[in-house]
Design a protein around this ligand. Structure first.
Ligand SMILES: [Zn+2]
Length: 266
């Protein structure tokens, strides 16, 4: 995609984010990685519903400005994702109300209740609170970025990313829609989880179809492990910090611990 097309697309997606209620005022930000070291991003202090193609900010992968427009102060979140995931070319961050309600309540979206969501998104972990636009926020995200395509940030909002901007936007909408359905189901007495065998089948299908790669098997939620899907910790992207792998491995050990304790009790 050339720069002119990318500018047009960011303005279009910004309008959609605003019109569909994912953001108000200056909330949220969107970016596209144009090439190895150039990022086109939404500008700071601008409504996503009222952006112009000329108003967008151009930066390098360290966040250094390449034109006169100042990028969103939350660009560091986007740059972290680009650095850790060479397969990702677009990031979409918003304060979508139902997803953000989960994040404010301290809840991940990690219950296997909808087959479509397992196919296209997997589970969405909750990262610890970090002050927006500081290292605290990006440090909290690091362990999850390699294995997830969307994250909830505690008391803040949601971020989703993809190979192109429509994929990132669709993932954000799937996340918001799932959060809404989960809240509605709770009002009806609570959603039922899909059976373990069904989850295993869905994971097979999504990998065959190319919806999600094997890296998504190492997601931080329990249901993949409960479904006895092998988690290959060697799946790695260049640029991953060791800390990411260690953090996930620790989570698994905890899980194995819990399972063996449960077996003893049983
Ligand atoms: Zn934000």
């Amino acid at each position: 995609m050339d720069e002119a097309q990318a500018r047009k697309l960011i303005v279009e997606v910004g309008k959609l984010l605003y019109d569909r209620g994912h953001v108000v005022a200056f909330d949220g930000n969107v970016s596209i990685r144009l090439d190895e070291n150039t990022v086109l991003a939404t500008p700071t202090m601008t409504s996503k519903g009222r952006m112009t193609e000329e108003g967008l900010a151009l930066t390098d992968l360290d966040g250094k400005a390449l034109n006169q427009n100042k990028a969103s102060s939350e660009l560091a979140m986007h740059l972290l994702i680009y650095r850790m995931r060479p397969d990702i070319h677009a990031v979409c961050h918003a304060h979508s109300p139902h997803a953000t309600a989960f994040s404010a309540a301290g809840l991940a979206i990690d219950k296997p209740i909808l087959s479509e969501v397992i196919l296209t998104l997997g589970c969405v972990p909750l990262t610890e609170y970090g002050t927006p636009s500081t290292d605290e926020l990006t440090e909290a995200m690091k362990p999850f970025v390699p294995h997830h395509n969307a994250l909830l940030m505690a008391n803040h909002g949601a971020v989703a990313y993809g190979e192109h901007l429509w994929q990132a936007f669709d993932r954000l909408e799937t996340l918001e829609h799932t959060a809404k359905i989960a809240i509605l189901a709770k009002a009806l007495g609570g959603a039922n989880d899909l059976p373990k065998e069904a989850i295993g089948k869905l994971i097979e299908i999504r990998e065959k179809a190319g919806f999600l790669g094997a890296n998504a098997r190492c997601q931080a939620c329990g249901y993949l492990h409960e479904a006895q899907i092998a988690c290959d910790l060697d799946v790695d992207y260049p640029g991953n910090g060791d800390s990411a792998v260690q953090k996930i491995a620790f989570t698994r050990e905890e899980l194995i611990d819990l399972l063996s304790q449960a077996a003893k009790l049983g």
